[in-house]
Write a protein that binds this ligand. Structure first.
Ligand code: GDG
Length: 727
């Protein structure tokens, strides 16, 4: 039976020892543990991760392993040194700052990287002990970016998902990492890669295309003959859980307790882990600015600031803690009185019922990170506002701002804007507060953590189904055996072969894709078979086909069907055509060549092509979109079609297609065996025009109407070789 295995740096429980050495298992209250709880606890499913304690004692490890196994968990034991180098080091001092745009804080240490590689391998080894064919593996976050690829190399027939919980930075920032390519290659081992927002996804695709040279179509990347799907899945919270706790008597009584000395106060709340990405010092400075500009509020509003201790053995975090302590002291000293403390500052964590009480009593939530993958605190605040009274001030740098647009969305670097947003929040009419809160609650209720899990799992299953479908279409030994028999015994056979991407791989310069000796030998071999007719059917111009392949005893279709040449005959036009339109369209394309270095226009007899294979990645694609939209109306009026090929836009008459050319040839064909092989969009017309009993073969992984598949030109050549040899 196929199982689901979740992998994250930490398990959803923390294992520790009490004073007398007995093991304690404390479950995590985090959103991920709740959301995935329903999955990993089911049947034989499993969660794999570090249990949170160091032990090298084999007996102890075994005891922990067997206890955790009862709860569907499997520990990966790490040493203190590994946690220092891989977790605190590479994950938190290299990746974390870079991914949060604090690259000036990033440390590039080889010892960190080495340990990151070792620990990712350790996770891989632990997985291999349990993984079975057909399993689905969902890997989480930046600590395990190498794992998808490591696993892919070791096990076949598993479905691998990866989700990044932090932002993915722009290519310009990501490229600074010395290990950028290894990290991307690692993640690209997955079948589905998820991010919180479209921007993260966009940044990843751009980095993958520039660093690993893999392009994508609508988020689908074709790499090493696999499809990798990239998509955005904004994470959320367990809405019912937070609303439920907020409605509980426990939360209400804690609210009364916490509110005791603040009855005449408006309360503004902030809750974060101690981290420079959260913008805590800037927030304090903004509060100072607010009290300065709006002195009427002195004594009337309290900032409750919960800062949860984190990574405090890392130098940067120690400095940050000192800075925050100093600022709080200064502001409290500057404005405070015996009756009023402007900032109530807690450097500790609280039980969830206390958090809920804080959410309930806060008139304003001030969530102003400099950068945040999503930020769940703002969603928890919204879910806890049962009376819908309260205002959320939310940084546009948090992923959550994309969904919660009814909040007061601010740029945390614009201190004056945030200062004034505080004023607006404190003075907002209740009716307006409720209006905004209701909309945000509807959003979070619908798109909650369970929805997130379902969306990701459904998409992964969809990707997997497509993969299976693709594999069943792959031409295998059995197909070949049957085909060879039929081919050998046929009364007459016809083979249509596209050229670029089918018989030869793509090369940067189209003129370099000349046939090699192996291809010449193959075509010669096919031509020698008496009952076989071979047609090379290409988008290339007739002169090139003639020059490269003209000496073979085969037929040709050039320019997607404009010209054809049968053995011992001259080139002739397949259908009467007029190329007058070219003089109107060529100047448009030339204009794009002027604006786009390294692009070229190719003029064929009855078509024009704009090539952008050598153009700066991204710019070429963007210009191609422009050209298509530019020519949309012109093309219709002139009865032209605009086709997108591999790094080329081609314009030609609507009367021309490979499909029409194939139909004409097939009209006179009397044999009983036909094959068509091609790789791009224009070959789809050819597949559709083939008779029902034909073998149509798509090269590559893009979607297709063909009924079989081969991975690359190498496999195409092998098939042709097998057919020749079998005859
Ligand atoms: C990453 C990304 C992304 C906080 N103080 C206490 C406490 N908390 C809980 C909150 C909330 C969670 O911690 C923090 O949520 P974040 O969204 O900031 O998440 P992170 O774990 O920092 O990290 C982030 C997230 O992954 C999910 O993908 O949103 O952008 O950085 O749930 O309530 N909980 C308790 N006591 C506290 O004092 N019990």
């Amino acid at each position: 039976m196929s199982r689901m295995i979740i992998v994250s740096n930490r398990l959803p429980v923390k294992v520790s020892k009490d004073e007398v050495g007995s093991m304690l298992f404390t479950p995590s209250e985090g959103g991920l543990a709740t959301g995935l709880g329903s999955i990993y606890k089911n049947a034989d499913n499993l969660w794999l991760g570090w249990p949170g304690l160091f032990t090298e004692d084999a007996a102890e490890q075994e005891a922990i392993t067997s206890s955790l196994f009862q709860e569907n968990m499997k520990p990966v034991f790490l040493t203190e040194e590994e946690i220092t180098l891989y977790y605190e080091g590479f994950s938190n001092e290299t990746l974390w700052p870079t991914f949060h745009y604090f690259n000036q804080y990033a440390l590039y240490k080889k010892s960190y990287w080495k340990s990151y590689e070792i620990v990712n391998q350790k996770f891989c080894d632990a997985l291999i002990e349990v993984v079975q064919p057909g399993d689905t593996i969902w890997i989480h976050d930046y600590q395990l970016m190498l794992l998808p690829q490591l696993l892919r190399k070791k096990v076949e027939n598993v479905s691998i998902g990866f989700f990044l919980h932090i932002p993915f930075p722009s290519y310009e920032v990501f490229r600074l990492l010395p290990w950028r390519k290894q990290l991307l290659d690692g993640v690209l081992g997955a079948d589905l890669i998820g991010f919180h927002t479209y921007d993260d996804m966009r940044h990843f695709l751009s980095a993958a295309s520039r660093i690993c040279f893999v392009s994508n179509v609508h988020g689908e990347i074709n790499t090493h003959n696999r499809t990798v799907v990239v998509d955005s899945f904004p994470i959320s919270i367990d809405y019912e859980k937070y609303a439920g706790i907020a409605a509980s008597n426990e939360a209400k009584s804690r609210e009364i307790k916490h509110k005791q000395n603040l009855t005449d106060q408006k309360v503004m709340l902030s809750i974060d882990r101690l981290d420079y990405s959260k913008g805590i010092p800037a927030r304090l400075q903004i509060f100072d600015l607010f009290l300065e500009k709006y002195p009427d509020w002195v004594g009337k509003v309290t900032l409750m600031m919960v800062v949860v201790p984190s990574r405090d053995n890392v130098e940067k975090y120690k400095d940050l803690k000192e800075e925050v302590d100093l600022l709080v002291g200064r502001i409290n000293g500057k404005y405070g009185s015996t009756q009023w403390t402007p900032i109530q500052y807690f450097y500790r964590s609280f039980p969830i019922e206390d958090l809920s009480a804080y959410y309930r009593m806060a008139d304003v939530a001030l969530v102003t990170p400099m950068r945040d993958g999503m930020n769940l605190v703002c969603k928890e605040y919204v879910a806890s506002k049962l009376d819908q009274k309260g205002v959320l001030i939310l940084s546009e740098m948090a992923g959550a701002s994309k969904e919660l647009s009814e909040a007061l969305v601010v740029n945390p670097n614009d201190k004056h804007q945030v200062r004034d947003a505080i004023y607006e929040a404190l003075t907002m009419a209740e009716e307006e507060q409720m209006e905004h809160m209701a909309i945000m609650q509807d959003t979070i209720k619908k798109y909650d953590i369970h929805h997130w899990v379902k969306m990701f799992m459904d998409r992964l299953a969809e990707v997997q189904n497509k993969k299976v479908e693709m594999e069943t279409k792959m031409v295998d030994k059995l197909h070949k055996k049957e085909w060879i028999d039929r081919f050998k015994n046929s009364s007459g056979a016809i083979i249509f072969l596209d050229y670029d991407g089918t018989l030869v791989p793509f090369s940067k310069n189209p003129q370099d894709a000349k046939p090699d000796d192996e291809l010449h030998t193959l075509l010669k071999g096919l031509a020698l078979l008496e009952h076989v007719k071979v047609v090379v059917i290409s988008g290339r111009d007739r002169h090139t086909l003639e020059k490269w392949l003209g000496h073979h005893a085969i037929d040709f279709v050039a320019e997607h069907g404009v010209w054809s040449k049968f053995q011992n005959e001259e080139w002739k036009m397949s259908t009467p055509l007029n190329g007058d339109w070219k003089e109107h369209i060529a100047p448009v394309l030339e204009e794009y060549v002027d604006r786009t270095p390294k692009s070229t226009v190719e003029e064929k007899d009855f078509s024009l092509a704009w090539h952008y294979r050598k153009v700066d990645t991204g710019l070429g694609e963007s210009r191609a979109r422009e050209i298509i939209s530019h020519l949309k109306f012109l093309a219709v009026n002139m009865n032209l079609q605009v086709l997108e090929g591999n790094k080329v836009i081609e314009i030609k008459s609507r009367e021309v297609s490979k499909g029409k050319a194939v139909s004409r040839i097939m009209k006179d064909f009397w044999g009983d065996f036909s094959i068509a092989i091609g790789d791009d969009e224009t070959d789809e017309d050819m597949f559709r025009a083939m008779p029902e009993n034909a073998y149509t073969i798509k090269v590559g992984e893009l979607s297709s109407d063909a009924n079989y598949r081969l991975k690359n030109p190498k496999q195409v050549r092998q098939l042709l070789q097998d057919l020749i040899q079998g005859s």
